[in-house]
Design a protein around this ligand. Structure first.
Ligand SMILES: Nc1ncnc2c1ncn2[C@@H]1O[C@H](COP(=O)(O)OP(=O)(O)OP(=O)(O)O)[C@@H](O)[C@H]1O
Length: 209
């Protein structure tokens, strides 16, 4: 179970955020909707332990995460969190496959090429695995980053606008795959988005305004 309580954060004295409490059980989903600038990415980065909250707590299966050391946070991030960033970040000199396998390497797990190939096929970019990231379209790069986030069977999948650059067909496919994966590995799935198409796909929703 993944939850946050009383999370606050500020970039400056003029820009303060107080986020609603969140809770997402294993195999459950949570959609966080908000307009551009409402703080969706900020919240996702807090949950991903990439930003330090001013106050409040983040709990994963009963463990408080806010006060972990930097190296403990890095371990949780690499092993327990599958993060899909708004913009995909890849090592440009490596193939798409090796970029996906990097998740295993960083999580200190065995590199699983079969799993990478399976996810790439499911996400519709199987024929691009041996290309360099810049040779893929934005949508394909985004799907590659989704595959990378799932490689270590994380306890929590955190997705920032996972469907923003996708047409309706691929949007449905990506949502279905994220749900199917979170079900099969027992993960909590948390999606932040302004994409109103996702409203009907998730029963648990929080609005950031
Ligand atoms: N590093 C930063 N320094 C200062 N202000 C920032 C920083 N990052 C974001 N902000 C501000 O905080 C607010 C929320 O940003 P955030 O990226 O979390 O919004 P968002 O809801 O994800 O928006 P979008 O849908 O456009 O990506 C914005 O007004 C933004 O300008």
């Amino acid at each position: 179970m993944f939850a946050s309580h009383d999370l606050t954060f500020s970039y400056s004295p003029l820009k303060k955020f107080a986020f609603p409490d969140l809770r997402c059980d294993d195999r459950d989903t949570l959609l966080i909707l908000g307009q551009s600038g409402s703080g969706k990415t900020t919240l996702l980065h807090l949950l991903a332990l990439l930003l330090q909250p001013e106050s409040g707590e983040i709990m994963l299966n009963g463990q408080a995460l806010r006060t972990l050391s930097a190296s403990q946070k890095a371990r949780v991030r690499a092993q327990e969190l599958g993060i899909i960033y708004q913009r995909a970040h890849f090592v440009s000199s490596l193939t798409v496959l090796d970029n996906i396998l990097l998740a295993n390497y960083l999580g200190n797990k065995k590199q699983d090429k079969d799993k990478a190939a399976y996810l790439a096929d499911q996400l519709g970019f199987g024929e691009h695995l041996f290309k360099k990231p810049h040779q893929l379209s934005q949508g394909e790069q985004h799907r590659a980053s989704i595959a990378r986030s799932l490689m270590n069977e994380p306890a929590v999948i955190l997705a920032d606008e996972p469907t923003a650059s996708l047409d309706d067909t691929n949007c449905r496919k990506v949502v279905a795959l994220l749900k199917e994966q979170s079900q099969s590995i027992g993960a909590s799935l948390i999606v932040v988005t302004h994409d109103q198409r996702l409203k009907d796909e998730f029963s648990n929703r929080v609005n950031l305004g």
